[in-house]
Design a protein around this ligand. Structure first.
Ligand SMILES: *Cc1c(COP(=O)(O)O)cnc(C)c1O
Length: 227
């Protein structure tokens, strides 16, 4: 019951904005996902391949599975058959491996480039300059026809300083807008801007997020710290 209310709270809040929601269910049991599923909810986010795969197998097949965590290339093959959107493409090697595995089963996988916008070194992703070089490399992108770059993802610095968070989101939004104008590869379609989590989604939505990834504010605190 509480889960449904938490979800509805978000849906109310997002009404009239450009943002949609991914319910981040990492570490939470299938029973909790099922509770949301039964209210009609379909968009779930997981950060680990094995956990997402197990939940995929246990749950109905019309769920949209969003992978939001760092990928090891040797595990990509396990999610490529069913993943809906990969938010966390943080290096070229990952994009190439997604393309390779997707080609084998004749799928085109929607991906977001994760951009490093935070101060912390621990958060992965492309720098702006690296992302720009990749997005403008039409020859390279043409060689990866089984991926489609649907947008960008970023995680702000973990801080109380909301001005800093806002600045980081603003920077990512501006880069996204610029890249929409300055890219032309046929497998780029920059419609999504994935930014905002439980602690900073309001700022992210104000700054133009199209997809917020919310875990603990819907499902409650996780038992163990897990980025
Ligand atoms: C865990 C996680 C989230 C959700 O975090 P909450 O603070 O629980 O909302 C969002 N994005 C990524 C990449 C995550 O790993």
């Amino acid at each position: 019951m509480a889960l449904k209310e938490n979800l509805n709270h978000f849906l109310e809040e997002l009404k009239g904005t450009q943002a949609n929601l991914v319910a981040v269910s990492k570490t939470k049991p299938v029973e909790m996902l099922t509770e949301l599923y039964e209210t009609g909810w379909r968009a779930f986010g997981e950060n680990k391949v094995q956990e997402m795969q197990e939940k995929y197998e246990a749950m109905p097949k019309d769920i949209q599975w969003h992978l939001i965590g760092t990928l090891q290339t040797n595990k990509i093959k396990y999610i490529v058959p069913f993943v809906y959107l990969i938010h966390s493409v943080d290096r070229l090697k990952v994009l190439k491996e997604i393309n390779k595995q997707a080609a084998k089963i004749d799928r085109v996988i929607d991906c977001l480039l994760q951009i490093h916008i935070a101060e912390e070194e621990t958060k992965s992703g492309f720098d702006y300059s690296e992302a720009k070089a990749l997005l403008q490399d039409n020859d390279l992108l043409q060689s990866l026809p089984n991926v489609r770059i649907k947008g960008l993802m970023g995680m702000a610095t973990y801080t109380e300083d909301m001005d800093k968070v806002r600045k980081e989101f603003k920077g990512l939004k501006a880069f996204w807008e610029r890249m929409k104008l300055e890219t032309s590869a046929s497998n780029i379609d920059l419609t999504e801007l994935s930014m905002g989590m439980s602690g900073d989604y309001q700022i992210a939505v104000e700054e133009g997020s199209t997809l917020i990834r919310v875990g603990s504010a819907i499902f409650g605190q996780r038992d163990y710290a897990d980025s």
